[in-house]
Write a protein that binds this ligand. Structure first.
Ligand code: ZN
Length: 262
């Protein structure tokens, strides 16, 4: 999301862009009909449209009533002026200097949400924003506030369903967290290197051998930066002999050739 922070736009504009982006992300993670989400966002309501992807294939959801109540209470008890990151830290019981300084570690909502991970909480908050139970106040440094609908939700003890963080999203997040520091300065080379490593991993698994037996990282790095376009050209890369080329060359070449424009 750095393109927003890096831009020359004034602070307020950046905060607006962030909020829009969050609402949009919430919409992507919608648990109910997308038309309904849009209507709710604009304080309206309506029937499921029957046409959108969530109407088509009902996404996997979970009963979000309890985490929603926790989230709204934490927002309320921290004074409705902090951002999502801060409130999530309170819910997860993070002993952060700021949290201690404001005495929020002494409140009942501190650490009550440990059952959910940070990405899961972010997912929940985005959905609460897109469902219009919470709003991000761009005039107040992106502090989150409870909307009228949010207060009604608490008062009437309503229930709410959230869309599950998909396995794919989860895997993507885990993977990017696990991913080691980039070894290549060029971003597209780095991305090709990661793809080559994946292909190597698959081949190693199939043969039940450690990955380095197939090729060393150094060889993959060289492949990613030189991008040979044929088997012959691959032979010029260090660490690739005829026998390995025969076994693994075509698979890796396919990865390289497929990587051109994405
Ligand atoms: Zn729909």
């Amino acid at each position: 999301r750095n393109w927003i922070e890096d831009s020359e736009a004034p602070e307020i504009q950046k905060r607006i862009e962030h909020q829009k982006l969050n609402a949009l992300l919430g919409l992507c993670e919608a648990a109910i009909c997308r038309r309904q989400v849009l209507l709710e966002y604009f304080d309206d309501s309506g029937e499921p449209c029957g046409n959108c992807d969530t109407c088509d294939t009902k996404p996997q959801t979970f009963d979000g009533t309890i985490p929603a109540q926790m989230a709204l209470s934490a927002v309320y008890r921290t004074g409705q002026r902090f951002g999502i990151v801060y409130v999530v830290d309170v819910l997860m019981g993070r002993e952060d200097d700021r949290i201690i300084q404001f005495g929020h570690d002494q409140q009942s909502t501190f650490g009550i949400g440990k059952e959910w991970s940070k990405p899961e909480w972010q997912n929940i908050f985005r959905q609460l924003v897109s469902r219009n139970l919470l709003m991000v106040d761009v005039n107040e440094y992106n502090g989150i506030k409870i909307t009228e609908k949010g207060f009604a939700f608490l008062k009437k003890k309503e229930s709410i369903e959230f869309r599950k963080l998909s396995v794919k999203q989860k895997a993507k997040r885990d993977k990017s967290a696990r991913r080691s520091k980039p070894v290549m300065s060029d971003e597209s080379d780095q991305s090709l290197f990661e793809k080559l490593k994946e292909a190597r991993q698959a081949m190693a698994k199939k043969r039940r051998v450690p990955a380095y037996v197939i090729f060393h990282d150094k060889t993959l790095i060289e492949l990613a930066s030189r991008r040979p376009q044929s088997i012959e050209e691959m032979l010029e890369v260090n660490g690739i002999g005829e026998s390995k080329l025969k076994k693994f060359g075509h698979t890796l070449l396919d990865v390289i050739l497929a990587d051109r424009d994405d």
